[in-house]
Design a protein around this ligand. Structure first.
Ligand code: TXA
Ligand code: MG
Length: 316
């Protein structure tokens, strides 16, 4: 076991919060049975207490202790875990003391088995599930690198070091608490993948209500600079977030994927937004080139739409 994982485990036992890598984004983790630790996540992030957290577990047996899995949930878990998929299922009555702060008092719980070897080892070595939101301040851009987490939390939390997250967008979240499956947050595993696998329609969008997914409302993932989408030209004082081969140019620009590869764009999205945001004193806006709305492009566009949403709306 690496020294970083040992330290993280000690800190979790002591009731501290630790940041750790997953294949999607870095998480800010606490022992989900320890209310005082879980509360620290909310205060460190500035997250409203009504926005519930995902619990991360090491294996399906552990997941079954905490959630009621219907036939869809079980099939999905067996097929896609470990991986970038979160299942929202009814919380089991005998749920082994998960703090009510984790679920924000809801009668459902969001569960995921991450695929990242460091996250998996941490979960295998720790006796309880780890509650973890993305390791960013509430409303800001999610972190995909050690440096992103350090930029925001400095030495306030111990951070397990790793390479850049290989997917780069948060997990797809599915509501499996009823007899139809609905997408609460798009991600790397797409609606097409899910419908193909289940052989049943999967709903989306309409299921996003304040009760079903409090964290899905309004502006989110937002850099300090305003974001302008589907830019076909770049204005003075704008930085450019480009995609693919294009004639657009700006003094300050980054390309999500010069070859037009959407998976590469997903990996780079949050890092590039953060890097452009560092120019806050030289530019007034980030113009984003159009991203094809197919495959993982749907999840990229969803994150960008929230990044561009005005801050007067609910900030979670
Ligand atoms: O990829 C990921 O999912 C990352 C890594 C760290 O696992 N985690 C993550 O957590 O993105 P967070 O807190 O940033 O986003 C989780 C979302 C929130 O919008 C929250 O509202 C929603 O999941 N959520 C959690 N529990 C829920 C529940 N019981 N019902 C509906 N939505 C829930
Ligand atoms: Mg988040």
């Amino acid at each position: 076991m690496s020294n970083d994982i040992k330290i993280a485990i000690e800190k979790l036992h002591m009731g501290e919060v630790v940041a750790f890598p997953t294949e999607t984004v870095y998480g800010l983790g606490a022992d989900c049975t320890n209310t005082e630790s879980v509360k620290k996540i909310f205060s460190l992030k500035g997250r409203p207490s009504f926005n519930p957290l995902i619990i991360h577990v090491a294996n399906i047996n552990s997941a079954l202790k905490y959630g009621e899995f219907n036939r869809f949930a079980l099939r999905l878990a067996l097929a896609f875990w470990p991986g970038p998929l979160t299942l929202v299922v009814p919380l089991k009555k005998t749920h082994h003391h998960i703090s009510p702060y984790v679920t924000a008092g809801l009668d459902t719980v969001a569960i995921r088995i991450p695929k990242h070897p460091i996250a998996l080892e941490l979960l295998q070595q720790y006796p309880h599930p780890i509650a973890a939101p993305s390791a960013n301040k509430s409303g800001y851009v999610s972190p995909t690198k050690y440096e992103h987490v350090y930029d925001e939390f400095k030495d306030d939390v111990f951070i397990v070091k790793s390479d850049q997250s290989c997917i780069g967008l948060e997990s797809t979240i599915l509501d499996c608490s009823e007899e139809i499956v609905s997408i609460l947050r798009p991600g790397f595993i797409t609606k097409t993948d899910l419908e193909f696998f289940l052989g049943e329609p999967v709903t989306e969008g309409a299921a996003i209500t304040a009760i079903k997914a409090p964290g899905q409302l309004g502006h989110h993932y937002s850099p300090t600079l305003p974001v302008r989408l589907n830019a076909v030209h770049v204005l003075e004082n704008e930085a450019l977030l480009a995609f693919g081969a294009s004639d657009l140019n700006a003094d300050i620009m980054l390309n999500l994927s010069p070859s037009g590869n959407l998976e590469e764009a997903a990996v780079n999205l949050f890092d590039h937004l953060r890097r452009l945001d560092k120019h806050v004193h030289h530019i007034s806006k980030i113009a984003v080139a159009p991203i094809p709305n197919v495959g993982i492009g749907i999840a990229i566009n969803e994150r960008l739409a929230r990044a561009a949403a005005t801050k007067e709306k609910t900030s979670l």
